[in-house]
Design a binder for this molecule. Structure first.
Ligand code: LIP
Length: 277
């Protein structure tokens, strides 16, 4: 039977590529910076322009579909994941990288029905890497199949994480306690690309065994969550149990063994959910 969402996925890939051209062009010019929830939570006109470009283009083809977009939510739109077909968009994942021309930025487009991600597209535009996954059909980078690492020994693992944009001293202490615990397991190394979506694609590609972060949003991880699971990885909450895309906490790993070992080392802290009223 023909895939009912193939058209939508092809459209997501095409619009992500177009958005990537806009982002790469903007990287060559001036980038005026504005702030959102804190002085280190950055946004630029390019984030807003690219989100509008994607939403307008999708609306023309799929007028009844819904959207959760990072910049639309920042502008006051509700962040609700219903059972209806919903496009979950981060126009620039890695905005701080973008501001500094640190070359890891991605356009992230996830598509969910009945709260389940059906396809995910992450375009790391400076690297020119198009990551895609369709539920049940595998994950790919520029058309090549992806497979997570088979390493099960945490002492030989590479772990990715980020510091996020919360500078509350108690939160920063907990982030450093987790890092200390993980470094002392020990692990081979800790890295961070500056973009949740790219970090998760690194898990899917087998370059790092795991990525975790508390404080991310549904638009950072929706598309990449399917890319990880279709590459054979697992998604969990940082305190164990199933991952919840709206909870703002995630661990994506090559295996349950690695995820559970890291969960024991992570010091959790609470953040308001994306769908908190
Ligand atoms: C970013 C995430 C990153 C996190 C940042 C921010 P944005 O997304 O990709 O993992 O540490 O605080 O949330 O804001 O660039 O789309």
């Amino acid at each position: 039977m023909a895939d009912p969402w193939q058209n939508a996925m092809d459209h997501a890939v095409a619009v992500a590529r177009k958005a990537g051209e806009v982002v790469c062009e903007a990287l060559r010019g001036d980038r005026a910076v504005m702030t959102k929830s804190s002085v280190v939570d950055l946004v630029t006109q390019t984030d807003q322009k690219v989100e509008q470009l994607i939403i307008h283009s999708v609306k023309e083809k799929f007028p009844t579909h819904r959207f959760i977009g990072e910049e639309s939510v920042a502008a006051g739109e509700p962040c609700v994941l219903s059972d209806s077909p919903t496009w979950i968009i981060d126009p620039i994942d890695g905005t701080t990288n973008f501001v500094h021309a640190f070359p890891f930025v991605a356009i992230s487009i996830g598509f969910a029905i009945n709260k389940q991600v059906e396809f995910g597209v992450v375009f790391s535009c400076v690297e020119d890497k198009m990551f895609t996954a369709r539920r049940g059909k595998g994950a790919f980078c520029n058309g090549e199949p992806l497979q997570v690492s088979r390493q099960e020994a945490v002492e030989q693992a590479m772990v990715a994480t980020e510091f996020g944009s919360n500078r509350d001293a108690d939160v920063v202490n907990k982030i450093f306690q987790s890092l200390r615990n993980i470094l002392c397991l020990p692990v081979h190394g800790v890295r961070g690309a500056g973009s949740a979506a790219i970090n998760m694609c690194l898990v899917a590609s087998g370059c790092v065994e795991a990525y975790y972060e508390i404080g991310i949003h549904v638009w950072d991880v929706a598309a990449a969550s399917l890319i990880v699971s279709e590459a054979g990885g697992v998604l969990m909450d940082v305190e164990g149990g199933d991952a919840d895309l709206m909870s703002r906490r995630i661990i994506a790993a090559n295996s349950k063994t690695i995820a559970e070992r890291l969960i024991k080392a992570i010091v959790p802290f609470s953040v308001p959910r994306d769908d908190a009223a």
